[in-house]
Ligand binder design. Sequence first.
Ligand SMILES: [Mg+2]
Length: 219
Amino acid sequence: MTIRAVISDFGGVLTTPLMNSFAAVQDHTGIAPEVLGRAMQAVAEREGKHPLFELEKGNVTEAEFLSTLAAELRDLLDHEPELHRFRDVYFEALDPNHEMVGLMREVKGRGYRTALLTNNVREWEPLWRSMLPVDEIFELVVDSAFVGMRKPERGIYELTLERLRAHDPGELGGLDFGECLFVDDVDVNVEAARELGMQVVHFRETEQAVAEVRAALGL
Ligand SMILES: [Mg+2]
């Protein structure tokens, strides 16, 4: 089926690798990403809700998330962790992936429908938006923190398709999943999109992803 729309992730696709940010957090706090993961998992097992997922769905604030995480880390480490600069340190280590941003700009310029579908943090919106000309490149943004759902939940992909349809209701024949190309660096997000019938590119590194997007669109 011919592709008419491209739906792209933000973090790790339109940016440099997120592992750079977690390395910077480790430099600043002394806390390894695995330890952060273990603390979040412990909260998830105790409370039945994963704190990161709750943050990304906008169910808790960034401040609530960081205080939950700090309390858990206090039990894992022998000291009070310094997390209040988490956001600044994380974003300072993150840069736009200019090649991928340029590719998406070209895609939009060639007349493809475009959407950005991101699992994100409500309080981080000004920071990530300042990294690229979002509204020039994407017709619309679906941000987990504002819609109460996150990838890989089926509902957030359906909402993205609905919004693309609603954004250009005059076009002949509503857009279908099979006409969408989805680009993301997280395996489960890519698999969920594939199950819904979307064509997919699993971003692993820039050269591979650019080549696969170009091949899928015939650019
Ligand atoms: Mg990502």
